[in-house]
Design a protein around this ligand. Structure first.
Ligand SMILES: C[S@@+](CC[C@H](N)C(=O)[O-])C[C@H]1O[C@@H](n2cnc3c(N)ncnc32)[C@H](O)[C@@H]1O
Length: 697
């Protein structure tokens, strides 16, 4: 986490203030690009993807001082409205020349701190008011130069405008006429007639032609700017209404106007469509159906937030329309940075003190966790502090505490973590078990399992065996666990703020393939659990996805294939109930005991947690996850012993993850043999020698 990045407090995010977003976007359209490059921005604000992010950044107003006549004065920030620049050549050039000279002296103050948008906007507005007043004063001087200045002032106000850098303070009232000319009319090439210039018969025709040429050139430039502005904002195509639109279906829209969406307008249209959908009978246009609005809305959501149509629809349908928008918005902002205290090494209080002494600003994550700390600001990289390196904490999203809290592993139990890398949940479980009992931490991915090994060592976890199986192999590999955690591989629709590629890279195929795998893994988890465990017999299924296919549907499948399990309360103090009925799909009534977590509700990653209790042996006719018949499952369940198959030597050698060092092992074996001989009273040095036969005397 970088310096100066302030996070929101964990908890529901405040509702989006539409008026601010709109204002900020408008400001962006009025900004000059070079100014925006110089600023630093709070990355933690709500912003739409891509250009929306840029527009939000660009709309921030820096503090600007301009030196005019060697005096520093506060200036209103530059603004620009290219569409409105149809001004006579002479005046326009004058404005540009003033801007150029003023900008040489401009100082953009960058204090490096986050910029408070609302304050800056107020400042900008106040500055503009002050400048208008000053211009009024200048105009009221009533002299030739004054009237020329007055005209410039009108341009400025009308344009909104270019010369705002060169704001003069009240001291300008005392400037001499010559001084004013120096400020406002120094451009020799401005095309206007100076008061020393004479119009004669010989040059009047030439001058007239020159003016015509310049006016034509100016008109061409204005047209070019107008077209460029349309490219940026797509205004022509969009402003006709909700159903005459930017995607090229509106007649008479020039092609040029269809290239880039106007995000501000899109946002308004999305809000409007949602308003109509919320009160359809009263607000809908005549002849338009709900589905017309829905289609339009989904299309706009795809453009605005950058989702594939397929995923936008899937996620949209999980919520009422207004809430769906809040969900999409929340996916555009990062979740709070949270760390979990490793109670095997320290206490939360001690850790907090140590980090605070390094300048870290933090708070307990909430009453629901005794180990979480939310970090607001840190001057040091949190992944490299001595406390981190000595394993006193894990950087871990708060939502990922929840499945372990639901699992509630007890001391001295045997626990299986089926998909455990990089170990956030395994190490938490180990801490809850106070390093007693045994956790089998499995992951099918060797590379990720290496990260798991690193974390386990760093955090002083000693009760864990790391395995590298396809978890579908369980319980053939091993069974009879008191508790099993299946934090399943998933599509990641709950963590889009961390990985926005999910918006476009998940296809229909993924939502067939993943649920299939998840269902099979859950059957394997159930079959690996000891229903007769004195302390447990529990399975926790979790994903960091919010789709129904990966959650309720998977659990429902398991209930239908394994009548020997039932859903039980998770024990978590908050979270929304799982769905029992959605989009025409009906689930078991007990599904409401499962819990859903959302970015826009709890300011947590999207998560699903379900706790199951195994009540008996898997029935004889059950089919195992791995396609194996019931007999094998039953045998594996009954025989809760380690049945890890021996792997052949070649495989072992090639396996850098779990392979043996043959030479080192030979030494250990040799040493062990010698020890064992000594214990039996034999001399190891004589080992291998043939016993000397005693000669008969
Ligand atoms: C959501 S992540 C697990 C995160 C982990 N529980 C933690 O808290 O750090 C899912 C994991 O499943 C693993 N995985 C995918 N397919 C698997 C399979 N068939 N068997 C076992 N692990 C699998 C992936 O390698 C990945 O590490």
């Amino acid at each position: 986490m970088g310096v100066g990045r302030r996070m929101q407090k964990q908890g529901p995010p405040p509702p989006l203030d539409e008026s601010k977003v709109t204002r900020k976007r408008k400001e962006f359209q009025n900004q000059d690009a070079p100014d925006t490059k110089k600023r630093k921005f709070d990355k933690n604000s709500k912003s739409a993807p891509g250009t929306y992010g840029r527009s939000r950044a660009a709309s921030t107003k820096p503090k600007v001082t301009a030196k005019v006549d060697d005096r520093k004065v506060k200036a209103a920030p530059k603004t620009k409205q290219p569409q409105a620049r149809k001004v006579p050549a002479a005046k326009s050039k004058k404005v540009v020349s003033v801007e150029a000279s003023a900008s040489d002296d401009l100082e953009v103050l960058e204090d490096g701190s986050d910029i408070d948008m609302s304050e800056d906007l107020d400042m900008a507005e106040n500055g503009l008011e002050g400048f208008k007043a000053q211009l009024d004063d200048i105009e009221s001087d009533g002299e030739d130069e004054g009237s020329s200045i007055g005209a410039e002032g009108d341009d400025f106000l009308g344009l909104g405008s270019e010369a705002s850098d060169s704001v003069v303070d009240s001291e300008d009232e005392g400037l001499s006429q010559a001084a004013r000319r120096a400020i406002w009319s120094e451009d020799e090439d401005d095309g206007s007639l100076s008061d020393t210039e004479q119009l004669t018969a010989s040059n009047i025709a030439g001058l007239s032609k020159q003016l015509d040429r310049e006016q034509a050139q100016e008109a061409a430039e204005a047209q070019a700017e107008l077209e460029e502005a349309q490219l940026q904002t797509n205004i022509l195509g969009d402003q006709d209404g909700m159903f005459s639109d930017s995607d090229g279906d509106a007649e008479g829209v020039p092609k040029i106007a269809r290239l880039a969406p106007d995000l501000q307008f899109l946002r308004q249209r999305i809000s409007e469509a949602i308003r109509v959908l919320d009160n359809f009978s009263q607000l809908a246009e005549e002849g338009r159906s709900r589905s017309d609005y829905m289609q339009k809305l989904l299309k706009d959501i795809c453009t605005y937030y950058g989702y594939s149509p397929f995923l936008a629809e899937k996620l949209f349908l999980l919520f009422p329309p207004k809430e769906a928008l809040a969900f999409f918005d929340a996916n555009e902002t990062p979740r709070p940075v949270v760390l979990r205290t490793n109670t095997l090494r320290t206490s939360r209080r001690q850790l907090a003190q140590a980090l605070i002494s390094r300048g870290v600003s933090l708070e307990p994550v909430g009453k629901w966790s005794k180990v979480g700390l939310q970090v607001f600001e840190s001057p040091v990289p949190l992944g490299a502090t001595p406390e981190y390196l000595s394993g006193q904490y894990m950087l871990q999203a708060a939502a990922s505490f929840l499945p372990v809290m639901a699992l509630a592993p007890q001391e001295h139990e045997r626990v299986l973590d089926m998909a455990s890398a990089p170990g956030g949940k395994t190490t938490y479980a180990a801490a809850l078990m106070r390093n007693t009992g045994c956790i089998f931490a499995n992951d099918a991915n060797k590379q990720r399992a290496k990260g798991l090994i690193g974390n386990i060592h760093r955090m002083g976890v000693k009760n864990t065996v790391i395995c590298n199986y396809n978890a579908l192999e369980f319980p053939k590999v091993m069974g009879g666990f008191d508790r099993v955690l299946l934090d399943a591989p998933c599509s990641g629709t709950g963590v889009i703020s961390k990985d926005p590629s999910v918006k476009t890279n998940k296809t229909e195929k993924d939502f067939l393939r993943l649920p299939h795998l998840q269902k099979q893994l859950l059957l394997a988890a159930i079959d690996s659990t000891d229903h007769a465990s004195k302390t447990g017999g529990y399975i926790v299924y979790s994903t960091c996805s919010v789709t129904v296919e990966e959650n309720e549907q998977v659990v429902q499948y398991a209930l239908s294939r394994r009548p020997n399990v039932k859903i039980v309360p998770t024990g978590l103090p908050f979270g929304r109930e799982g769905f029992t009925n959605i989009m025409g799909k009906k689930f078991d009534a007990s599904m409401k005991e499962t819990r859903r977590f959302y970015p826009h509700v709890q300011n947590l990653d999207g998560f699903f947690v379900c706790k199951l209790k195994k009540t008996g042996l898997t029935p004889a006719n059950a089919v195992h996850a791995n396609g194996v018949g019931a007999g094998v499952v039953k045998a594996a369940e009954e025989e809760a012993v380690d049945r890890t198959p021996l792997r052949d030597e070649e495989e072992e050698k090639a396996d850098e993850f779990g392979g043996w060092d043959e030479e080192e092992d030979a030494q250990y074996i040799e040493r062990a043999k010698k020890k064992s001989m000594r214990r039996r009273g034999l001399n190891p040095k004589l080992a291998g020698r043939k016993p000397v036969e005693k000669k008969a005397s």
